[in-house]
Ligand binder design. Sequence first.
Ligand code: FAD
Length: 327
Amino acid sequence: MAYDEDEAEGVWIYCEQEKGDIHPVSYELLNKGRELADDLDTDLTALFLTPDGENTQKFISRGADRVYLLEDDRFNYPDEYPFKENIVRLVEENKPEIFLIGATHFGRSLAPRIAAALETGLTADCTGLKIDEGEFVQIRPAFTGNILAHISTDRCPKMSTVRYKEFEESEKDTNRDGDIIEKEPIDHSGGEVTILDEMKEEEVNIQEAEIVVSAGRGLKDSQDFELIEELCSAVDGKVGSSRPLVDEGWISRNHQVGYSGKRVKPNLYIACGISGAPQHLAGMKDSEIVVAINTEPSAPIFDHADYGIVGDLYEVVPDLVKQLKEE
Ligand code: FAD
């Protein structure tokens, strides 16, 4: 059940682990959570539900004052039910004021279940969080990114999901002290999900890439992605895409950059035949260097590019590949 602000205390972070690896969004949340906790003069607590608690100390080094550790084999699989049951119990026992979860695939599925069970609100996909005159303010794009809504709530816990790559990771300090509190998981037989088989997802992680070469509707045919792939391999990058090509089924959604796709922050982003709609810019505007190739000199992408090439991508891209290969 939700509770009032005057009963609530502390900032909580859900730390996600996938197949033994801590998701980097956990370190980003620890960084922002530390800042919020310091501003409220309170503690930062990490929740870690895992089949194996080996990594737990890392959350203390990255800023947590305390970690609740729950070890159970059921936490090896993305079955929201045992996670939700255990997290709701911990929240009810401890009454945190603020609770942050990464807006990963799993976090997006888990957070609303927890919020519904606690009968509290949830602000999804936050891009900013701050304390303003003692109030927790959640900032997120609204109306497809044209305005930034500032949202505050009075029911606790105040829950937000936060996009990956929105904040910097916290620094590691191995001298930090903190408490690791082991909790016995609630023993519920069976969750809502039965894993029948595991299929390997296409391994594309454009969010980690240092160079991304993206194609847009300037591409005339799905086969022409070969051109983009050639440029990509010449610069050792990953292929990205604007949404229309994904909607056409020319490339999988894992490659989509933008508001409803992935957010990337590479050192180099090459946009080929992309107009620069706000929803696309939302996914790549923090790239270090942007190169745009477009036939239309007035394309908005040029306002956000460090280098602009006005030209036909079918001529420019092969030229670039040729020159890069010659070097
Ligand atoms: P266009 O806008 O059609 O631009 C194509 C460009 O290619 C033009 O500028 C043209 O001059 C240029 N061009 C044409 N031929 C050539 C050539 N031979 N060589 C070089 N240049 C050429 N979009 C996203 O990308 N990502 C998202 O996550 C996303 N989320 C959205 C969410 C919502 C709720 C909504 C409403 C929209 C979203 N969109 C998203 C769609 C977005 O609004 C745009 O429609 C989309 O980004 C346009 O893609 P584009 O730039 O490839 O195509």
